[in-house]
Design a protein around this ligand. Structure first.
Ligand code: ZN
Length: 563
């Protein structure tokens, strides 16, 4: 079975057959074969097992009745975002979704469940492998004609330079029309859904008593009708009430053909005031923390300029791009450089998502690999505080550099392809180092020190599990191997991981010093040496990772408010 609906055939037949009828025929043919294949159902069930189901808890106790009403409208708006993104992934998705909802036998329900999680018939956890038919996912998703190649688009633009911005635009879909390629703005292509979305945002704005949210929602509604998002992105930076909402087209990862087109997504959240207060305290110590870094005074940096504000929230509902496959625990928006220059950007951390992942994915890992003493001391609070400090510490240490010959540059420009691995590693290590500093100072609870270290060790294998070639996993591999060499970690007679507190504290200081110096000098060679030496999958790491193969890799949340 090759494929669901041949686009060329659909195009030709459209004039004589209703789309749904056509789709149904193809789907039924495909569906019968699909359902006959038990191994396929087994595959689908195994993929679902990788995602632990969780009802996402969210404390709405502190918010006003008005805000509750606003949330109801916004969740409805989120459902429209889901539909928009489904269409962006593939133009045939809506028909396939309808077919699955009405025609599947109960025993085949897992197909629909995985389809809903992945927003289409391709498994995002397995390189977009198709699980409902054999048709590969088009690289350009539903943003371009399925048969369009990069070369054709580029050469068409060369011949029609006046079409460049329309075709390459972040908020247009590319279509064929009379032997030409045209760029159709999202608000035109998806006019029906965008219209409904805009109405809901305006209703929510009318219900809200928070002037910053009102302003954002009204401007966003206007901007969705024009696909110019600057004004509402600016307003988003100023949100200061109990609700934290972002809704619209943002990330371009779904467009694997060109990387131009933004996918619709939404985060509908309430602010976590307790964690925000913790962050506010930390922000008062930033200069003191910078001064405490194991770094020679001439390299210290007290003027990182606009450090992105960090906000901690609880997710009430998420929609579209961000919900497909793996769940987001933190995001940094907006992407518009004009807004970033004017106001910086905002990092939003989703605490209840982090907690759900901690309980469903993180705890099962530490249960298998940690020795008794550290295992008894791991806590979500210690884990999450380190996550927060990691984010804060992206803003500490060297940033802008001056070379010996007076040239102004940045750490990232000097470390090039190695920058993200070194910087993620630095944020982890300096994050823990400053976390311990605040514990020693009594700003954070003194008793939390051992559990902070135990939780740090426990968390390492969640990252390493996903591979060490990506920046986060690679950064953690460096830490693990460096610290094991210093005697900070060791295995007990049962093969479980344990820690030596004194060696760990001094090892962290040494590693922080080495990483900060690499950054301060923009030393590419030293970065390369460190990565070559320590970013390796040792036999011990491989053995530990192999014990985790059957554990869930992520969560699949359900949202009580949306039920
Ligand atoms: Zn980071």
């Amino acid at each position: 079975m090759q494929f669901l609906i041949n686009p060329a055939r659909v195009k030709r037949c459209m004039t004589i057959l209703p789309v749904i009828f056509l789709a149904s025929i193809s789907l039924i043919q495909c569906g019968e074969k699909m359902m006959q294949s038990k191994s396929s159902l087994k595959y689908v069930k195994a993929e679902l097992d990788k995602l632990a189901p969780v009802e996402l808890k969210c404390d709405l106790g502190g918010i006003s009745e008005n805000d509750r009403q606003v949330l109801v409208r916004l969740v409805e708006a989120g459902r429209i975002i889901d539909q928009l993104f489904l269409r962006q992934v593939s133009v045939t998705n809506p028909e396939l979704s309808d077919y699955l909802q009405t025609n599947l036998k109960p025993e085949n329900a897992p197909y629909l469940e995985l389809f809903n999680i992945m927003f289409g018939p391709w498994n995002r956890l397995d390189d977009d492998r198709p699980f409902i038919n054999k048709k590969p996912k088009p690289a350009g998703a539903g943003f371009y004609p399925e048969d369009l190649t990069k070369e054709e688009l580029d050469s068409f633009i060369k011949e029609h330079p006046d079409q460049k911005s329309a075709l390459e635009g972040t908020f247009t879909v590319v279509k064929r029309q009379d032997q030409q390629l045209i760029g159709v703005p999202y608000h035109v292509e998806y006019a029906d859904l965008v219209g409904a979305l805009v109405n809901l945002l305006r209703e929510a704005a009318d219900l809200s008593k928070d002037p910053t949210l009102q302003k954002y929602l009204r401007l966003r509604a206007d901007d969705l009708m024009t696909d110019e998002y600057f004004e509402s992105d600016m307003a988003w930076m100023d949100l200061s009430g109990d609700l934290e909402v972002v809704i619209g087209p943002y990330e371009v990862y779904e467009d694997k053909l060109m990387g131009y087109k933004a996918a619709y997504e939404a985060f509908i959240c309430v602010v976590d005031h307790a964690e925000s207060a913790k962050l506010a305290i930390v922000s008062r110590y930033l200069n003191e923390l910078e001064a405490a870094l194991p770094l020679a005074p001439q390299y210290r940096n007290y003027s990182r300029g606009k450090i992105s504000p960090v906000k901690v929230v609880q997710e009430v509902f998420s929609a579209g791009d961000t919900k497909a496959g793996i769940q987001t625990t933190a995001f940094n928006l907006p992407n518009d450089e004009r807004v970033r220059t004017a106001k910086g950007s905002k990092k939003v951390m989703l605490k209840n998502i982090a907690q759900a992942k901690y309980e469903k994915c993180w705890i099962p890992i530490v249960n298998r690999i940690l020795a008794k003493q550290p295992l008894q001391q791991v806590t979500f609070d210690a884990y999450f505080t380190h996550v927060l400090m990691h984010e804060v510490c992206h803003g500490l240490g060297p940033g802008v550099l001056k070379t010996a010959d007076g040239r102004e540059t940045t750490v990232s420009k000097e470390l090039k392809d190695l920058y993200s691995t070194i910087e993620e590693c630095k944020a982890d290590v300096v994050g823990l180092f400053t976390n311990l500093y605040l514990i020693d100072k009594g700003i954070f609870l003194k008793e939390s020190k051992y559990s902070t270290l135990a939780s740090y060790l426990g968390g390492m294998f969640r990252s390493i599990r996903f591979g060490i070639n990506e920046a986060h996993g690679g950064g953690v591999a460096i830490q693990f191997n460096y610290l094991i060499e210093k005697g900070a970690f060791f295995t007990d007679p049962k093969g479980k991981l344990d820690l030596n507190q004194t060696a760990l504290e001094s090892g962290l200081r040494d590693l922080a010093q080495e990483l900060l110096l690499i950054e301060a000098r923009g030393d590419y060679q030293a970065a390369e040496q460190m990565i070559t030496k320590y970013r390796v999958m040792t036999p011990l790491m491989a053995k530990l990772v192999s014990q985790l193969a059957d554990l869930p890799i992520d969560i699949r949340p359900s949202y009580p408010i949306a039920m």
